[in-house]
Design a protein around this ligand. Structure first.
Ligand SMILES: *Cc1c(COP(=O)(O)O)cnc(C)c1O
Length: 467
């Protein structure tokens, strides 16, 4: 597809501006440009077609099934977008005085109250702009806590090997040494490994529960107790709260602080690198270390982002919570778990679950034997799904499962969609045994085939030099 600059024709334009109603004055010379800016010149039709064509190259939740595990690609109700677009919210100036931004403050307060109730925490900040940013903030709280007690020997953070990659990265960025512990064969925390890793140098533990293989760790109370007894704190990676919201609370599991990705569970679309929010909640005793905005809260303190963070993401979360209500939040979680179990059970006839048991909101398939049998890899299956109109699941994660495909259907999918997906998986399973060849070069009907992912990540070309 051509860039919009390549479609430009000198002199073509679409702007019909109203007559200027203020007196024209020249800019002081030092501020004026010497050359005209390079802008594409096109008609309105061309611009409209250009962006519509780009839309067709994108696959989103509104196009079809998108079971990308750990990402909660669920349908976000339109009312959340409508509320975020209300001019009183969308156009508020961050320096607006308190009396002129009362409504916005109420949104923050009410969202905080509800999300604290859901997570079992006592206070919260909305400053962090993403999950990883929330983790960073939360682990800094842990650091501050130990520092405030002059407990300087606590230099290590324990992270299970099933953790999201952001967990060890966060601990390292906060200046801690990362202690990796192997998971037990059932994918959960190995209590013995944990006991061995704990000591008076333990600052804390970072954990996701349900974990990244979609299993709820039944030893959770014992785990958090062990960490506390060693003098460490427990951090809950609540990036995805879809299985537990309204059902169990991380605070009651013994966690001291948490981040929640409002852009996964609480109705902000995500995936394009757009604005998100990693709301960080904590128990009473960590409250004093939360970041504060001197301008917003009137309290001096450290900030991790400007003002209140991505405010409109909080507006969407609050709208979502108010729309669903107390019972609805719980029902969404219960249905997310039901859908995942239904799909796991239906796919199980062909592909093998990595942990064959009741799952939470997601499950992982282990294709290593299937690959030995057929030569078809998890990547080949993922790419073949694109030709069948589905977005691939998460691939090769978590690292503790080989040839992993991780599926999270979410509560917003119907039984018909889940049945369709199961049929597609069965079809591909059969094809791998009869006619595997084309699967190695799939997708065949997509706009892009198999890009060189390493080169794209290492040496991305994100700019075009204009002359
Ligand atoms: C998505 C995710 C994160 C990171 O969130 P970002 O907003 O992408 O930074 C961390 N942990 C888990 C378990 C996740 O699924």
């Amino acid at each position: 597809m051509k860039l919009i600059f390549d479609k430009s024709v000198p002199g073509r334009s679409l702007s019909i501006l109203p007559p200027c109603d203020v007196e024209e004055t020249a800019l002081p010379k030092e501020y004026a440009r010497t050359k005209a800016p390079i802008l594409p010149e096109l008609s309105e039709t061309d611009v409209s077609r250009h962006y519509t064509e780009l839309c067709h190259h994108v696959y989103g939740v509104n196009c079809g099934f998108y079971p990308l595990g750990s990402c909660t690609m669920k349908y976000n109700p339109r009312i959340d977008e409508e509320m975020a677009q209300l001019p009183g919210f969308a156009n508020v100036h961050p320096l607006a005085p308190a009396y002129a931004s009362k409504g916005c403050r109420e949104v923050l307060d009410r969202a905080k109250t509800m999300l604290c109730a859901i997570s079992g925490m006592d206070d919260m900040t909305f400053q962090p702009a993403a999950g990883a940013h929330g983790e960073f903030t939360g682990v800094l709280l842990i650091k501050k806590y130990h520092d405030s007690r002059r407990d300087t020997k606590r230099t290590k953070i324990i992270v299970p090997d099933s953790a999201h990659g952001t967990n060890p990265a966060t601990a390292a960025m906060c200046g801690f040494q990362v202690v990796n512990i192997a998971s037990a064969p059932n994918g959960c925390v190995d209590l013995n490994a944990l006991k061995l890793a704990l000591g008076d140098d333990t600052a804390g533990l970072m954990l996701t529960n349900p974990n990244t293989v979609g299993i709820f760790d039944e030893n959770i109370l014992e785990i958090t107790k062990l960490v506390h007894n060693a003098g460490g704190l427990c951090y809950y990676d609540g990036a995805n709260l879809n299985a537990v919201m309204g059902v169990v609370r991380p605070g009651d599991m013994g966690f001291d602080c948490i981040h929640m990705n409002l852009h996964k569970t609480f109705a902000t679309p995500h995936g394009g690198g757009g604005p998100g929010a990693g709301a960080v909640g904590c128990k009473e005793f960590l409250k004093e270390f939360l970041p504060h905005s001197a301008l917003m809260d009137g309290v001096e303190g450290s900030q991790v982002r400007s003002f209140a963070g991505n405010f409109l993401v909080v507006v969407r979360a609050l709208t979502y919570l108010l729309t669903l209500g107390r019972e609805g939040v719980r029902e969404a979680a219960v249905n997310a778990v039901l859908n995942a179990n239904y799909l796991q059970k239906r796919i199980k006839g062909s592909f093998k679950p990595a942990y064959d048991r009741i799952c939470m909101h997601e499950f992982v398939l282990d294709l290593s034997e299937f690959k030995k049998e057929t030569g078809v890899s998890a990547l080949d299956i993922a790419k073949s799904l694109i030709d069948r109109g589905m977005h691939p699941p998460t691939m090769y994660f978590p690292l503790i499962v080989h040839e992993a495909l991780m599926l999270e259907p979410t509560e917003t999918e119907s039984k018909e969609t889940l049945d369709m997906a199961a049929e597609v998986f069965h079809d591909l399973y059969k094809q791998a045994h009869t006619e595997p060849e084309p699967m190695h070069s799939a997708p065949h009907n997509a706009y892009i085939g198999r890009p060189d992912e390493v080169r794209a990540a290492r040496t991305p070309v994100l700019q075009k030099k204009l002359s």
